[in-house]
Design a protein around this ligand. Sequence first.
Ligand SMILES: Nc1ccn([C@H]2C[C@H](O)[C@@H](COP(=O)(O)OP(=O)(O)OP(=O)(O)O)O2)c(=O)n1
Length: 124
Amino acid sequence: MLLPGLSARHAPLRCAEFSGTSLEQLRQAQAAFVDEREWSQFHTPRSLALAMVGEVGEVCELLQWRGDAGASPGLPGWTDDEREALADELSDVLSYVVRLADVTDIDLPEAFLRKVEKNRAKYP
Ligand SMILES: Nc1ccn([C@H]2C[C@H](O)[C@@H](COP(=O)(O)OP(=O)(O)OP(=O)(O)O)O2)c(=O)n1
């Protein structure tokens, strides 16, 4: 399910900052996608964690062997298709992170900000 106002080709390939879409909107979109297919029976925490790691591997696959020069910040020299492929895989990782938080009743945005504060205390 696409969020209102978004078409499949609408997502910007480049951005100075993220759009204002919230993690709650992503949680709802992913939950609707899963419910429509009756897939929640498969979405156990363990299976979601394994799926998440698989998608992390797909992100790494797009970056491996390029060397730092072939994948420097901003990804200069990458084609739109290559950028889209990376965006797809990062989105798959995020979808499983969000879903894992959902099925384990973790308020992810709240937890994230709390963790940033812990990081600040640990690395003053
Ligand atoms: N049981 C499943 C299977 C898929 N998805 C969703 C979450 C991800 O966003 C996306 C992952 O789909 P694929 O497993 O088809 O992975 P890819 O899109 O990476 O395809 P491929 O591995 O063929 O490149 O679909 C899901 O929620 N639950």
